[in-house]
Design a protein around this ligand. Structure first.
Ligand SMILES: *Cc1c(COP(=O)(O)O)cnc(C)c1O
Length: 420
């Protein structure tokens, strides 16, 4: 897509793109932006109030900000950074990842419309598509994210959206974003992609996605101390979301607090460094687990079915991400392993979520994917003993490798006596 910022002729570079956006100084020349906490803004000339209210005279058109559920200067600073990083025209920040996903889908779809979605999505998204949206007359067909032909076959006259995660949660199946984008274009649909697992690593808008949604609660913020989301898209789509009469974000109101925007903005400059380190350590741990014969899945391993596809979509230099899974067979065995890893080895923490500096571990079938009924879990290849590990970057890697090898051997999940 774009070529001016962040590209060196061929490959998009999200780090270069990120610093291309306007530098924000604080009120007194501070090196950090100021936090504008006002809920409302003073109009200096009474005659301009009607135009400002109608969105015809924003701060860029000689007017001013209106009200912070609409636009807030500090939240805008973050949104501009995100749009630059993704190479989209515009972005808008939300109170959570679910707010971003639900608002985007509700903006495009009305009663009677239809969505074709990957069946391998975050549990909350699966519940939104499979249970909540049908209550307002929007239905979804779920298909295998690795099967682009299945997306095509499920399209109906009422279909408006193709929906997928780049790397599906939690089975780590990889969707072919360029192929889905071509399909969406051919059939006049919008491709909405959740890139929560792979910021920096993959830039879906550069591969043809129309709308990129994020839970910034995860890698983007990286500190597990707030909940936030974003929609990166065209200026037109963001303006639709913020429309005073029909904007789903404007009217449903899941607004980001400027203090949250400030915190995330201050952590974006080291997102690239963090992603590289998450990836480096996840690959090393996956390789060690594979070497001892443990049933590990990681998109960067040679035996991952979509490794080449993923490599073809990646921006250079960020690796294959920080997520891996280990199939322990049964939930009891997965719990036994988590217990050892947390309470004996101090390897990580038993907690849902991901993208933290400490390793977080959860048994997906009974936690983040528990909204998905057991039959559908089986269909999407989600074993009840699937342990999802969001690899952190604290401590010495050698210690981490020894800790996980010991714990995996202790529960009898290693089929080889020596690592080779
Ligand atoms: C966590 C998560 C979400 C939901 O985000 P919240 O910020 O918790 O609302 C959506 N998609 C994926 C892939 C996630 O991991």
């Amino acid at each position: 897509m774009s070529s001016e910022d962040g590209t060196n002729g061929k490959t998009f570079n999200p780090e270069r793109a990120l610093i291309s956006c306007r530098r924000e100084f604080g009120e007194h020349g501070g090196v950090t932006p100021s936090i504008e906490r006002s809920a409302t803004f003073t109009v200096m000339d009474p005659g301009t109030m009607p135009e400002i209210f109608q969105g015809l005279m924003g701060p860029d058109q000689g007017g001013c900000f209106l009200y912070s559920r609409h636009f807030n200067p500090t939240v805008d600073v973050l949104a501009r950074s995100l749009a630059a990083m993704e190479g989209t025209e515009f972005a808008v920040c939300t109170a959570s990842g679910m707010a971003a996903i639900s608002a985007a889908l509700l903006q495009i779809c009305q009663q009677g419309d239809h969505i074709v979605s990957s069946d391998t999505v975050y549990g909350g998204t699966h519940a939104l598509l499979g249970e909540l949206l049908p209550q307002v007359g929007i239905t979804t067909a779920f298909v295998d994210p690795t099967d682009t032909a299945a997306f095509a076959a499920a399209i109906r006259p009422e279909t408006k959206v193709l929906y997928t995660e780049v790397v599906g949660n939690p089975t780590l199946k990889v969707a072919d974003i360029p192929a889905l984008s071509r399909l969406a274009r051919e059939r006049g649909l919008r491709l909405v992609v959740d890139n929560t697992f792979t910021p920096m690593i993959v830039s879906p808008a550069q591969l043809g996605a129309d709308i990129v949604a994020y839970s910034m609660t995860k890698f983007m913020n990286g500190a597990s101390d707030l909940v936030a989301g974003a929609v990166c898209a065209s200026r037109e789509f963001v303006h639709q979301l913020m429309d005073l009469h029909t904007g789903r974000l404007m009217l449903l109101g899941p607004t980001m607090d400027p203090r949250v925007a400030y915190d995330i903005h201050q952590r974006l400059p080291h997102l690239a460094i963090r992603m590289r380190e998450h990836s480096r350590r996840a690959l090393a741990i996956a390789e060690r687990l594979a070497a001892i014969g443990a049933p590990v899945v990681y998109p960067g391993l040679a035996n991952h079915p979509q490794r080449a596809l993923f490599a073809g979509m990646m921006n250079e230099g960020y690796g294959f991400g920080g997520m891996l899974t280990l199939d322990c067979g049964t939930r009891e065995r997965a719990e036994d392993l988590m217990d050892k890893l947390q309470n004996e080895e101090q390897f990580g923490l038993m907690a849902v979520s991901l993208g933290y500096f400490d390793t977080l571990m959860s048994c997906s079938g009974s936690s983040t994917a528990s909204e998905i009924d057991p039959e559908d879990q089986a269909r999407m290849g989600l074993s009840p003993g699937l342990l999802r590990i969001a690899v952190g970057y604290t401590g010495a890697l050698e210690d981490r490798l020894a800790q996980i090898e010991r714990a995996v051997r202790a529960i009898g999940l290693a089929s080889k006596a020596t690592a080779r």
